[in-house]
Design a binder for this molecule. Structure first.
Ligand code: 6R9
Length: 674
């Protein structure tokens, strides 16, 4: 492989083209002249934002949103780290996502093309979606939900998920979505922490052709006293039998579908809470990340327009993220609708009923902007390029990536095989679709680092540049900015509109977690490097947070699930490099003296136990039973050494261990088992 810089718009993928060292990756892919000429955002935005950040965002806020009361100040940063954006302004998120488009004559534009896993489809125009949201808002209000109340949402990827979120936003209720793949226990702790009044769920969904239940987990989560839930609204999705709690449970069809389509949206304060979304941190207890209205909607809408080069009248946009994750909030439920886009929503898995399902959907709806995660791309690479080659993907013009670092091989494959496909007969595009690798977090609310597709010459594997109006830096241990060519910690130096406003019910934890590591800066928890051009390369988490298929899980959370099993005395969990999922969960466990080490049986039981405690995505890929764990003199488990074992490397420096023979004991015991 050649590492010579190139400005060619397309570099074909060579067989065996492996880039072992990211810092040697030097390809540059400039946007085509045609793309740049039609781009909605140009290079001038960087200079405008640099000149006056709050003024830049104030312009975006006024252009992208309709305010029922204009704001008087762009940013109040007088009490850091608690920011207020667009002070004094009032707006309604649902009105901005729906009613105003209908009022502007766009009522017949398709808002959502829904594709269910079994093949059922539904289409909602903006006018129809507005009616559905008004009905849901009326129904929720009639069940006693008022402004400021919390609503827990435990739904699959069906239109009712978006309808529910927007209905909550319309009445000023705060939604708290819990991913449908999380267990009843995880659901209960989130319902209790947020003190939710209403739960919206479905009987179940489909997973790889099989019905998969949801309502039963809600029943289990609410089976113990001590929660605040008064009502449960249930969407009939897969027709499974469900237990029914009269008085508490209501079918969506009997409540929402019957409600009036008249509902007046009133403005809420710019800083009114919009939602809580729980995410894993370095301790066992998930954090309820709080987002508010005006700033969040401004930055999600701006980035959705600028980074995907959105032309709302012609593009068909598809973000594959589940609404249970932040990407499904910002870039499915909110930004595309605020921007008046047409989007595809798909319920199921990429291999159901066959491995070409996504490409079939893209061909069918002529998707032009696709936003997905590296783990999916690597899975498609494994399945082979012959599968997408059977479909006409010529409509695609922008490809987005999010959730974890994308390795250059996957980046080039994505660009060439998906972005370069000009028809099912193997024709190639002269200018493959540009790739935008977008770095951001649940906490940042919206994209922070990403190329602009009509401006930036992209580099395979790098998110590259902070977006206009965003001040990102890489600093050393002491908080000093590192020179180009060096690595360190990723920080954000200035407040940004979509920033989290806190951790639900825990302002101290908000300060400790994000603002105490470096004076006056937000610490993201990621390692990063500036290359010789000053472009940013993300290097993964520097804390005990793992990234499995783009989903955040904490080592501590899984360890505490493991030790809650009676057979386990101690557990240590690491994220080991994995070809497909980025990282995989590897657990080292010490069994209790009286527990019988029955080999595969106990391992299977422990995996299922973690699945029950947290959810199937948290199940360790590998569980290794060991006699000891490596600990420092202060008792801290040295996960670094376990990671060496899990990744099959020579074990690194073990001199700070309290007992430095332990690593030998562990490797010997694992060898004996093989
Ligand atoms: C949006 C989302 C956040 C963590 C973040 C980082 C990793 C996300 C990335 C990326 C490299 C990218 N991450 N996007 N790493 N390149 N383009 O994923 O939010 O679930 O909160 O995860 O994901 O480590 O800190 P969230």
């Amino acid at each position: 492989m050649s590492n010579a810089p190139t400005t060619a718009s397309f570099v074909p993928l060579q067989d065996g083209d492996a880039v072992e060292n990211l810092s040697r990756e030097a390809r540059r892919l400039a946007p085509s002249a045609g793309f740049t000429a039609n781009a909605v955002v140009g290079a001038a935005e960087y200079a405008e934002a640099d000149a006056d950040r709050p003024a830049f965002w104030a312009r975006q806020a006024r252009e992208l949103l309709t305010w029922s009361k204009d704001f008087t100040q762009a940013l109040d940063w007088s009490k850091p780290p608690f920011a207020k954006w667009f002070v004094g302004g009032e707006l309604n998120a649902a009105y901005n996502a729906l009613d105003r488009h209908v009022e502007n004559g766009l009522g017949d534009r398709v808002a959502i093309y829904f594709e269910g896993e079994p093949g059922d489809t539904r289409t909602y125009t903006y006018a129809q979606l507005t009616e559905e949201v008004k009905k849901a808002a009326n129904a929720f209000e009639s069940l006693g939900v008022a402004k400021g109340d919390r609503v827990a949402v435990y739904l699959p990827m069906i239109p009712e998920a978006v309808i529910t979120l927007l209905a909550c936003a319309r009445i000023g209720a705060v939604h708290s979505v819990v991913f449908g793949g999380f267990s009843a226990d995880a659901l209960r702790s989130r319902i209790e922490d947020a003190e939710a009044k209403l739960v919206v769920t479905a009987d179940g969904t489909y997973r790889r052709g099989k019905p998969s239940p949801l309502k039963s987990a809600v029943d289990e989560a609410l089976s113990k006293d001590g929660h605040t839930v008064q009502n449960v609204v249930v969407v009939k999705r897969n027709g499974a039998d469900v237990d029914w709690h009269g008085g508490r449970d209501h079918w969506w069809a009997d409540t929402v579908d019957q409600a009036s389509t008249n509902h007046q949206a009133v403005g809420h304060d710019s800083e009114h809470p919009l939602y809580i979304l729980y995410t894993s941190g370095t301790t066992g207890k998930p954090k309820g990340i709080l987002h508010t209205t005006g700033g969040y909607l401004t930055q999600t809408a701006y980035t959705h327009k600028a980074v995907f080069d959105l032309h709302p009248d012609t593009d068909v946009y598809w973000c594959t993220a589940d609404v249970g994750w932040v990407t499904g909030h910002s870039y499915v439920a909110y930004a595309p609708l605020i921007n008046g886009a047409t989007q595809v929503m798909y319920e199921g898995t990429p291999d159901s009923p066959h491995q070409g399902r996504w490409w079939e959907i893209i061909e069918k709806y002529k998707v032009s902007i696709l936003y997905t995660a590296p783990t999916a791309i690597r899975t498609f690479m494994k399945w082979g390029k012959d599968i997408p080659a059977k479909y006409d993907l010529s409509s695609i013009r922008v490809l987005g990536s999010v959730g974890e670092p994308i390795n250059p091989e996957a980046w080039m494959w994505y660009r060439e095989v998906i972005g370069g496909n000009a028809g099912k007969n193997g024709e190639r595009k002269e200018n493959p679709a540009p790739i935008v690798d977008t770095w951001w977090q649940t906490e940042t609310g919206a994209q922070m680092i990403a190329p602009l597709p009509g401006v930036t010459a992209t580099k395979p594997g790098s998110a590259q540049v902070p977006l206009p109006g965003i001040a990102v830096d890489v600093v050393d241990e002491n908080g000093a900015s590192v020179p180009d060519g060096h690595g360190g910690f990723l920080v954000i130096r200035e407040p940004w509109p979509a920033m989290l406003r806190g951790i639900w019910g825990d302002p101290e934890r908000f300060k400790d977690t994000y603002w105490s590591r470096f004076e006056g800066m937000y610490f993201a928890g990621d390692g990063a490097k500036k290359d010789e051009d000053g472009d940013i390369w993300l290097l993964g988490r520097v804390d005990d947070v793992m990234n499995i298929s783009g989903h955040r899980l904490s080592t501590t959370e899984i360890e505490s699930a493991l030790v809650s099993h009676p057979a386990v005395a101690e557990a240590a969990v690491v994220g080991a490099a994995d070809e497909t999922t980025g990282q995989a969960v590897v657990a080292f466990v010490i069994l209790r003296g009286d527990a019988v080490d029955s080999g595969d049986t106990i391992i299977q039981e422990l995996r299922n136990h973690v699945g029950k405690e947290i959810g199937p995505i948290a199940k360790p890929k590998t569980i290794l039973v060991v006699p000891e764990l490596p600990k420092t003199r202060s008792g801290k488990i040295m996960r670094r050494l376990l990671k060496d074992v899990a990744e099959g490397r020579e074990v690194g420096d073990a001199t700070t261990l309290a007992d430095n023979t332990i690593m030998q004991t562990i490797t010997d015991s694992l060898k004996r088992r093989k």
